[in-house]
Design a protein around this ligand. Sequence first.
Ligand code: PLP
Length: 385
Amino acid sequence: MSDELKQLEKAHIMATYKRNNLVLARGDGCYVFDEDGKKYLDFVGGIATCTVGHNNPEIVQAITTQAQKLISVSNLYYSEPQILLAQKLSELSGLKKVFFSHGGADANEAAIKVAKKATGKKEFIAFTNAFHGRTTGSLALTWAEAYKEPFLPLAPVVRFAEYNNIDSLKAVINDQTAAVIVEPIQGEAGVIVPNADFLAAVRAVCSDRHVLMIVDEVQTGIGRTGTFFAYQHEIIQPDIVTAAKGLANGVPIGVCLSDYELEAGEHGSTLGGNCLSAAAALATINYIQNHKLMQNAEEVGDYLMERLEGLGKTIALIQEVRGRGLMIGIALNAPEASRIVETTMKNGLLCNAATATVIRLLPPLIATKQQADECLEILEKAMQS
Ligand code: PLP
């Protein structure tokens, strides 16, 4: 069946993805299974979307109950799960209002509009190596030319400052700057962690220059780094926060949070924050809180990083281990990430090559130390081969 499926995919799906040679059929907690029942430890976690585990009974129950009542009514009407989720996210972020989208890129599109409307200014600052999405607006905020060049011209005016270099930000900010957008850790760039005081310094510059600070938590958010949002490791309050990926454990949803408002007709989305995705998100947040998964992410993440650093002492290929909580990058000193990812896949571990030289681990936040050990054993063998 799987060859037939692959042929059908080739015939009918645009070739925008380089897929691994694997058809996944089922999931359970931190594991996924292929069509033949072969088991894989899933440390890709749907690229940080599988927050509380595959087939989590509480999320399945919440989705089923909601689906049996109502899936979507459009945003022409009130819907209780959406309103309750907005209230919850507001408490968690300290920001009053939410706009619901379907994912990360369109959450950032909403952030662009909110910032333009709030400031009356049109320009943005993003950082070197930043990734903010693939719609034209969010693509303009993204650093790598390869993503952008085929689709020029892109709409917003964006200047780039060097990530983790506050003087570089001070040098490019000007009277036309509406907002600065920043990832607390740059995921797609290869899990780049800035200095501990960088976000606070960005906040201070933004406040001084009357410019809004947008924090893109699409990959870092929803408990992954040990706090609900990664910026909460520092005592700062952004003006706008965007999140998506893991918010509803894989059901599509995105959010743009801010104290600033857009008005009727200025933005919209038919399915954004529909009953089903909002119910899944509420259940996911409850599960994270009730099972202390932020604490678990921190503990298991520290353990994994410590053991990986230990491996780095004997495996010459490992250059550096970096990350926070369960967002971990293993930087190699040769472009071997894809080869290692292929080898571990054959041996029952899914991980991902964020770049040619960085292996990324983004497991569900329920991952245990035993599963971390299982991951390390397979990784170690692959890196030694
Ligand atoms: N922002 C960040 C920091 C991301 O990592 C991503 C996706 O990887 C996006 C935005 C885009 O999110 P989506 O793929 O849901 O549009």
